[in-house]
Design a protein around this ligand. Structure first.
Ligand code: PLP
Length: 434
């Protein structure tokens, strides 16, 4: 294929129907009536099909971020649409004062897959993390009131509630809300000795993402996971794995910890994102020891574990179980293509990938690439300033990966110019300091 044809954007013709809202109207209303807490891109999405989304101008975009890892089955998956249609007609919500058919079934399935024992359902990742933190606190307190300390990792991300930011190892998320929970210590991601030194008899829990997502797609190594398990056992603390981003098949394993020695088991695992494939659903799954810390009346939620969300999640788990080999194969294919592409560009530091969780670490800020990608009909994002992050839907085909690579090649050629400019600015800044 010629370079010109290869670089063709995926943008489709305008198909806006008369009377439909314009993107401008949508954005202006939000500016007036919403809290201005999101730095949104100028894109208003109308609908999706498979790996593509369509904006209000009728333009088609290849979505390699899938709603930050939520839309793992793409848009309009026929099996999910069928369950939503049937279950929503039957019953959407029933409170946790009563039983429903699907909460127990989903808990059983998650316990079997994770090899843990008991589940609690909530509505988001951060809320699952809150549940895990309460388990840690209650477990510690059942031993002694001084046992409330938590060890977490630098560079981590666990959500936006007060508890979750208290254990998030990035000052930018914490600074405006301090003082946070007392007794949290952060240790470097690859330093098992510092971890061991930080753990004391007052440590009630250790929390980590098995693959750090928002922190730049950094897999935590087996040595560190081993050390975390050993240290938690040494002082009778709970080990919590945050699998909110890297779990549910994203790494090519149901849960990312399952790629390691089977003895590296958490006491508590939290996951969310694709569990409800867009319906708000998070879960805390615990072994008997951790689950014993939460007794009747100590925790709860109005919405968590409703029949619609749980029925959809059961179907999602079935589909993901069938897809695990394909996720690994597509992940390998994507990584190989990216390595080949990135090897040609001096400004790429490294490609990090586990299954379909992929980061391209640049030697300069990456935000401009995200804006350029948007103009070419490709949705990605930039995290931790320099890492282009890809969380594609699991249904992505090799053809769609090839299309993404063609667009990236075009962007990276332009990126050579950004890099020259970046180096010039760095040299000027260094000179100014002399
Ligand atoms: C690892 C991790 N933990 C927790 C969260 C918070 O999840 P939520 O945004 O659903 O509250 C996220 C969200 O990106 C995440 O990636």
């Amino acid at each position: 294929m010629s370079e010109a044809a290869a670089a063709e954007p995926v943008i489709a013709a305008e198909v806006q129907s008369p009377g439909q809202l314009t993107a401008h109207e949508i954005m202006e209303r939000e500016k007036q009536y919403l809290l201005q807490n999101y730095g949104r891109y100028p894109l208003a999405l109308d609908r999706g099909k498979g790996c593509y989304v369509y904006d209000f101008g009728g333009r088609k975009h290849l979505d390699l971020l899938s709603g930050i890892g939520v839309n793992a089955l793409g848009h309009g998956h026929p099996r999910i649409v069928r369950v939503i249609r049937e279950q929503s007609a039957k019953m959407i919500h029933c409170s946790n004062l009563y039983y429903n058919e699907y909460q127990g079934k989903l808990a059983e399935r998650l316990c079997r897959i994770s090899h843990l024992n008991r589940a609690f359902f909530c509505n988001s990742g951060a809320e699952a993390m809150e549940g895990a933190i309460k388990m840690i606190r209650s477990h510690g307190r059942s031993i002694t009131p001084e046992k409330y300390e938590i060890i977490a990792l630098e560079n981590s991300f666990h959500g936006r509630t007060i508890g979750a930011i208290s254990v998030t190892g990035q000052p930018k998320y914490r600074k405006d809300f301090e003082p946070l929970l007392p007794g949290v210590k952060f240790v470097p991601v690859r330093d098992d000795r510092t971890l061991a030194a930080a753990v004391t008899e007052n440590t009630a829990g250790i929390i980590l993402e098995v693959i750090q997502g928002e922190g730049g797609v950094h897999p935590v190594c087996e040595r560190m996971l081993n050390a975390a398990r050993r240290e938690a056992d040494r002082v009778n603390a709970l080990l919590v794995f945050d699998e909110i981003q890297c779990g549910m098949g994203r790494s090519g394993f149901f849960f990312a910890y399952q790629q390691f020695n089977p003895e590296i088991m958490p006491d508590v695992m939290v996951t969310a994102k694709p569990l409800g494939v867009g319906l708000p659903l998070g879960v805390v799954v615990a072994n008997e020891k951790a689950a014993a810390a939460i007794k009747i009346g100590m925790h709860g939620t109005t919405f968590g574990g409703g029949p619609l969300a749980c029925h959809v999640a059961l179907e999602t788990l079935d589909i993901i179980a069938e897809m695990l080999p394909a996720i690994r194969q597509r992940g390998d294919y994507f990584r190989t293509q990216l390595n080949e592409l990135c090897g040609k560009f001096e400004f790429v530091r490294e490609v990090r990938a586990r299954g379909l969780m992929i980061g391209i670490d640049l030697k300069m800020p990456g935000k401009q690439f995200v804006t350029d990608a948007l103009a070419e009909g490709l949705l990605i994002n930039c995290t931790h300033d320099t890492v282009l992050r890809f969380l594609p839907p699991f249904i992505i085909s090799e053809k769609e990966i090839d299309l993404a690579i063609r667009i990236l090649r075009k962007l990276f050629k332009k990126g050579n110019g950004y890099y020259k400019e970046h180096l010039k600015q760095q040299q000027a800044a260094a000179k100014a300091l002399q």
